[in-house]
Design a binder for this molecule. Structure first.
Ligand SMILES: *[C@@H]1O[C@H](CO)[C@@H](O)[C@H](O)[C@H]1NC(C)=O
Ligand SMILES: *[C@@H]1O[C@H](CO)[C@@H](O)[C@H](O)[C@H]1NC(C)=O
Ligand SMILES: [Cu+2]
Length: 410
């Protein structure tokens, strides 16, 4: 019996001890059983272990600007040969085809006064940032928008200053965007991003590809609002010794960029401004109507299934090429449920240097290359192969001119 008593008293002591520890815990306001955050500030110092001596510095001057974008400049569904659907026509409950959007725009120098010409087919897609393996990219970024923005690159090497992404990455100050860094460049401010281009950013040694694509996009305080507004572009890294002066690969005749995307205007930073500009032009919009639009009343008509920001074969820049040419398509996207198998009619190509395909599957953050030895003349459709997406506008046409045509003699 004494053993039993001892056990009971032991249990009582244990209970008292654990009760008192609960009381002490309550007193200190700390639960020592929870893990502490472990984001050491010293991890965020520039890497001492990355000795990179660039062969050359390529400078870019890129400004983020507000533009009035038109998803359908021809004003007609050029795929079906008819008017755009009601969702894409302006009314008092639909915005239509014109929206305020954000776009990365390239300038010739740091005065940001002369725009650099951009391949017309790129549409809403930002300037192509090019470099050869071994080089360094320096982008003077100016934010002419009313909200913070930045450039977060994929693939290339950067330190924390040039990561271009805001999140708590240091538990000393728990700050979301590090002041003075490229995390979130304030409205009106500039920041110089520095990206190194080591081997790991370029094509593999045994790959037949001379260049590979990566995405870049804004990733500041509200990545979805910024990218849905339009802040997305491509980086192309060319194999050492394969770049022309402008960085494009010597061994291809033409390059085209394809960004299949459902632009979600409901999430865009400009939702409020778009409602005010296009649905309250008369000043008659009531608070109740406004609230209904904000709460999702525009959701269906605010989904723009597009390629490079154009719907239903409305890319005024066009995809023109010649029979017999080697054409490199770069396909990539950023977004929400942006899972798009892009299918080309009439011709096939080598996907990422691996196998012949006529359909390239991309999702947010993924960029692929398709090398097409164009052999089949014609005006050919290319489109997302998901039924709803291509019926809703994610479709365009590429033109393969006969090799003896005037277009190809030039
Ligand atoms: C749109 O206009 C119709 C009449 O043409 C009207 O009945 C309706 O209330 C209006 N809706 C909004 C949101 O203004
Ligand atoms: C519509 O515009 C008028 C005139 O600018 C403005 O007074 C009103 O507040 C706006 N309506 C809403 C719901 O914002
Ligand atoms: Cu799709």
């Amino acid at each position: 019996m004494s053993q039993f008593k001892a056990l009971v008293s032991n249990i009582a002591v244990l209970l008292i001890l654990s009760l008192s520890s609960v009381l002490i815990l309550a007193h200190n306001g700390e639960d020592h059983s929870l893990p502490k955050p472990n984001l050491p500030a010293e991890n965020n110092l520039p890497s001492k272990y990355f000795h990179f001596k660039p062969t050359r510095i390529r400078r870019y001057y890129i400004q983020a600007e507000k533009v009035e974008w038109n998803y359908g400049p021809y004003g007609k569904d050029m795929f079906m040969g008819m008017d755009f659907s009601a969702d894409n026509r302006p009314s008092n409950t639909t915005i239509g085809l014109k929206y305020l959007k954000a776009k990365y725009i390239e300038y010739t120098d740091k005065t940001f006064s002369t725009k650099k010409a951009q391949a017309p087919h790129l549409g809403i897609v930002g300037p192509i940032i090019r470099a050869e393996v071994g080089e360094q990219i320096r982008i003077l970024f100016k934010n002419a928008l009313e909200f913070p923005a930045g450039i977060h690159p994929h693939g290339v090497h950067y330190d924390k200053q040039s990561e271009g992404a805001a999140y708590v990455d240091n538990d000393k100050d728990m700050s979301f965007a590090t002041p003075g860094s490229g995390d979130a460049v304030a409205a009106g401010a500039t920041f110089e991003y520095i990206f190194n281009v080591p081997d790991r950013a370029g094509p593999l040694d045994n790959s037949p590809l001379s260049s590979i694509p990566w995405m870049y996009h804004s990733h500041a305080l509200d990545e979805p609002a910024e990218t849905q507004a339009g802040l997305i572009g491509f980086i192309v890294i060319t194999r050492k010794g394969f770049a022309r002066k402008n960085g494009s690969p010597k061994d291809v005749d033409r390059e085209f960029f394809v960004m299949p995307k459902i632009f979600d205007e409901q999430t865009s930073f400009f939702l409020d401004q778009n409602i005010q500009k296009y649905l309250n032009a008369s000043g008659q919009l009531t608070e109740a109507q406004y609230k209904a639009f904000k709460a999702g009343g525009l959701t269906a008509s605010n989904q723009k299934d597009s390629i490079n920001g154009y719907m239903s074969v409305n890319n005024i820049g066009g995809f023109d090429m010649c029979q017999g040419e080697r054409v490199r398509w770069y396909v990539g996207t950023i977004g929400n449920v942006d899972l798009h198998p892009v299918h080309w009619h009439g011709n096939v190509g080598l996907e990422d240097g691996i196998r012949l395909v006529d359909t390239v599957f991309v999702g947010p953050g993924i960029a692929r290359a398709l090398d097409m030895d164009v052999d089949n003349p014609g005006n050919w459709l290319f489109h997302c192969h998901i039924d709803n997406h291509h019926m809703d506008g994610m479709v365009d046409i590429f033109k393969v001119y006969h090799k003896h045509s005037d277009f190809c003699k030039k």
